[in-house]
Design a protein around this ligand. Structure first.
Ligand SMILES: [Mg+2]
Length: 296
């Protein structure tokens, strides 16, 4: 049994990281226009309000398409703010000045957002320490002891994954090294990266999700897992679901979607409409997955 696992929101509960990421992004945006801070602050407030009204429209945008909806986890709203910024720049002079200031630093909007994410997480880590929960670490050790192979495939960097698992005393090695009884880590996996337009949409209930994810496709092909767990349907589970629907080898692969307080109700309703067993909605975090996989 091989479990392919996401990291943030599976091994951690990233509320503090999400808040700090947002604060770092807002501060970085304000710093772009030092002579009109009040106007920029108002603009940010209005942008956050706008993206919250329409999470299906504004989200983590890649190549002009949505890689995740704006409400899927504590980080995606901040991506949505930048998605909104990029489009508003065509009609809103203040947004245009923000984008021009980002470009004047030699940065892309995506890179600017990535820096805010890293800064926010670093700030939380410096005060609280690494954030793997005791319950997830226990569940991980139990699954490893039960003979389950676990590969962690995350957009977070490998170095962060190593440091956080070491702190949580969960044994781990970096891919391609493989050791029985230890996690294998594949960081910077770029699951969010979408291929060239028009992409490929699948329907999950009434949700349309882009599964043209070249980097994630390659990892899933290489790993051929028996189960996949994630907290963000679009990033972690939509492509595995597409494979499960279309490829014989994937027919029996189990897909676990972790239910958190931040999991959008609107998405839960759509997933609940799927055929039984397509996507398993799991309460209780990674421990809930361990319970299902270790049950005899
Ligand atoms: Mg996640």
């Amino acid at each position: 049994m091989k479990l392919l696992s996401d990291f943030d929101g599976v091994w951690t509960f990233p509320a503090a990281e999400g808040t700090a990421h947002g604060a770092a992004l807002d501060a970085a945006l304000l710093a772009l226009l030092p002579t009109e801070t009040d106007a920029a602050r108002d603009w940010i407030g209005a942008a956050r309000w706008a993206v919250r009204q329409e999470p299906m429209r504004w989200g983590w945008s890649v190549a002009g398409r949505l890689s995740a909806f704006g409400d899927e986890d504590p980080f995606t709203e901040h991506g949505a703010v930048l998605h909104y910024l990029a489009l508003q720049a065509e009609r809103d002079p203040l947004a245009a000045r923000l984008v021009a200031a980002i470009e004047a630093k030699g940065q892309s909007i995506e890179g600017f957002g990535g820096d805010a994410h890293v800064a926010g997480v670093k700030q939380v880590e410096s005060t609280r320490g690494p954030g793997i929960t005791e319950a997830a670490a226990d569940a991980g050790r139990r699954m490893l002891a039960g003979g389950i192979e676990i590969v962690v495939v995350s957009n977070s960097g490998t170095e962060k994954l190593q440091r956080w698992f070491e702190h949580a005393r969960v044994p781990a090695v970096v891919h391609p090294t493989q050791v029985d009884g230890q996690l294998r880590l594949r960081g910077s996996a770029k699951k969010f990266v979408l291929g060239p337009s028009p992409g490929k949409q699948i329907m999950v209930g009434d949700l349309s999700i882009d599964v043209a994810r070249p980097f994630y496709t390659q990892v899933l092909d290489e790993e051929a897992p028996d189960a996949v767990v994630g907290d963000v349907l679009s990033l972690d589970l939509s492509l595995p679901l597409h494979l499960k629907r279309t490829q014989v080898a994937w027919k029996h692969v189990r897909l676990f979607w972790l239910m958190h307080p931040y999991t959008p109700e609107r998405m839960k309703r759509e997933v609940a409409k799927l055929a039984p067993g397509e996507v398993e909605m799991v309460e209780g975090g990674l421990a809930g997955v361990a319970e299902r996989l270790l049950a005899r």
